[in-house]
Write a new protein. Sequence first.
Length: 275
Amino acid sequence: MDHKEKIPCTVYIMTLNAGPDFCRCLESVKDYGEILVTDGNSTDGTQDMAREYGAKVIKQSDSDEPNIPITDFAAVQNRCLQEAKFDWIFQLDMDESMTPEINEEIRQIVTQPTQYWGYYVPKKIVYKGRIIKYYNGSEGLEMKFCNRTSGAVMKRSPHHRLEFDTQKYPVSSLKNSYLAYFTIPPYNEGKNYPKRFLDMEIKEVRKQNLTQFIYWTLIIRSLKTLKKIWKIFVLYARHGFKETFPPEIEFARVQYSLLIILGSLRERIFGNYIP
């Protein structure tokens, strides 16, 4: 049997009580030279599972308190960029996985001379065992694979993004996709709404003065929310329901936008908001 050398690239994964499906993610990256797991002191065995696959586990914060959610994604990711063993680094979420095709493409890039320093990466969304081809939201490619010698750093939270001088260090896109496994988001279940994400959004809105709040949050965000609703109807009119999400998932994104608007408005008027 042909045993290939490990791919000289670090894959880092941010975790918090990743659950039993985490092994799917770990199994997909077992051929990489380093698996770096940064964990929020999980109590469900996430760290033990990671170590079984040879991962290096580091803490997301200096606290020993169990089950700490990330409040600054950019800071945690920058720590991973610094801790990584290899200069080539790929960021993967705990509910995602690689495919043999993208692994081989990455192997070719990191073991041969290349003119590029970062790559936008396409993804395929998997929902209940089927590929979702058509959906509203973040259809754009994401920069998830880069060489840190470009000076790449993660900036801003919660809408963090990888940045470096792309004029000096050119970028490209991978041909193959990774898989993102989608489950019904908690905010579609009322009482389980992910308050921490709403907290981060509200925190950003707090920085706005009154004029900015009226324009960006009340007017612009409201118009974007109306646009989302219109796009949902267009989506199902064009593509039907076979290769799309169930409507309740698409409308959950509208619910999220409305909660930000109403929560921010309530906080401005009454000093608090209800998630």
